[in-house]
Design a protein around this ligand. Structure first.
Ligand SMILES: Cc1ncc(COP(=O)(O)O)c(C=O)c1O
Length: 400
């Protein structure tokens, strides 16, 4: 399903949006966040896939590889940690941002407890940031989050709470616990009266685009395909690229699981909406039933196309990236990470969709591999290879 958003603008980035998220704030966040030892000191790699581009008849495919961002395995390492630092600084503006995640103020932060619902990656990032800052952390997981993801979060010292139901049920439970105990919710999704923290999370994701501005200064992309869960990542990156390129911005395409189609539904209904399906998906990070209203403010006027993909297509895209049958560099890409390639592959085999999105031989496509093997056993089962074997193949491909 491909839906053309009739409200997407080709104009300068609007100033009401710029006052919420901006290149300046993304850059400021990057300057202190990049000093956190849990993040790679270098920008994540930008990888060209010429073989795959030739087979799909587009000019180029570039992957920004967020699997290399952090031992936490995903781009989410940029969101919750940024929001935690800004949360602390709102109370203590005299403190230095880079020192919050160095634990300098741990003794003064013993009374702070942060809590969040998660499908895995956001909670893992929050737990890691809280541990670095010396803050207690509670993470609420819904029924579908795998044991393997739970263990990764618990290993970072967070207290785990399990709830029946899906992601939205865990969001509600986290809010209840926070109200009851006076804890601070650090969520990647917004709701009425709760926007500052999700804004800081999304602003953290803008670091990806800020790195790209330096890494690919002379290679503007014609198309950017962004995975959608609640919409925060797509909003954080699209906002930056829109401000940077104004009316010349790339075509933005947002892809999400067919059973968790809240962003597509929002586009159809012209307001933040709920998914129509069961929400559960192998793409755990994208299995979100409700759009973040704050993210929607950025996506509604900027995303040109919304589309849905099937679980099996995401798995096939994981395999394509891992095995690189066209001779490109093998890449470790998790279920949600590979969703953008799954979307591109789907568009390229459908002549009508391809034409609508102008994905022709001149198209320069950017994909964000938003996660690596964040659930290694599942990765191995789905891809038929161990993540470390794919990394070894990558190292061999790169040569000495
Ligand atoms: C790996 C991965 N990719 C993409 C997303 C989507 O991000 P958002 O929920 O901000 O739209 C998530 C969300 O958890 C994720 O974990």
């Amino acid at each position: 399903m491909l839906f053309k958003n009739p409200h997407a603008l080709r104009a300068a980035y609007p100033s009401p949006l710029q006052s919420v998220m901006s290149i300046a704030q993304a850059r400021a966040t990057r300057s202190w966040l990049s000093q956190w030892p849990m993040l790679s000191a270098e920008p994540t790699p930008v990888i060209g896939l010429p073989g795959l581009a030739a087979s799909l008849h587009v000019a180029s495919i570039t992957v920004k590889d967020e699997s290399r961002r952090s031992p936490l395995g995903s781009f989410k390492a940029l969101g919750a940690p940024a929001a935690l630092v800004r949360l602390v600084l709102r109370e203590h503006p005299e403190w230095r941002p880079e020192q919050v995640l160095q634990g300098t103020y741990a003794a003064q932060l013993t009374g702070l407890v942060v809590i969040s619902a998660t499908d895995g990656n956001h909670g893992r990032a929050l737990a890691a940031a809280a541990r670095s800052a010396g803050v207690r952390c509670v993470i609420v997981l819904h029924k579908q989050v795998s044991k393997e993801r739970e263990q990764a979060i618990a290993a970072l010292g967070a207290q785990i709470e399990r709830v029946p139901g899906n992601y939205d049920a865990s969001v509600e439970h986290a809010a209840q616990l926070a109200r009851k105990h006076g804890w601070q919710v650090v969520s990647d999704t917004s709701y009425a009266g709760y926007e500052d923290i999700p804004r800081d999370v999304m602003q953290g994701y803008g670091v990806i685009a800020d790195e790209l501005a330096q890494q690919c200064p002379r290679a503007p992309f014609s198309h950017v395909i962004l995975q959608g869960g609640v919409g925060g990542m797509a909003a954080g990156i699209a906002a930056y690229l829109w401000e940077q390129h104004a009316a010349e911005r790339p075509t933005f395409i947002v892809a999400e699981p067919v059973q968790a189609d809240c962003l597509l539904q929002s586009a159809i209904q012209r307001q933040p909406a709920r998914a129509t399906g069961s929400v559960d998906s192998v793409m755990a990070g994208l299995a979100c039933g409700e759009t973040s209203p704050l993210a929607w403010r950025f996506l509604a006027p900027s995303v040109d196309f919304f589309m849905t993909i099937e679980d099996r297509d995401a798995v096939a895209a994981m395999q394509t990236l891992a095995t690189a049958p066209q001779g490109d560099m093998p890449i470790v890409s998790g279920e949600s990470g590979a969703a953008a390639l799954a979307a591109l592959q789907q568009l390229c085999v459908d002549a009508d969709a391809r034409g609508m999105a102008c994905l022709d031989a001149a198209a320069h496509v950017l994909l964000i591999n938003t996660e690596g093997a964040t659930a290694p056993a599942l990765f191995t089962e789905l891809v038929g290879r161990l993540p470390q074997d794919v990394l070894a193949a990558q190292a061999r491909w790169q040569g000495p």
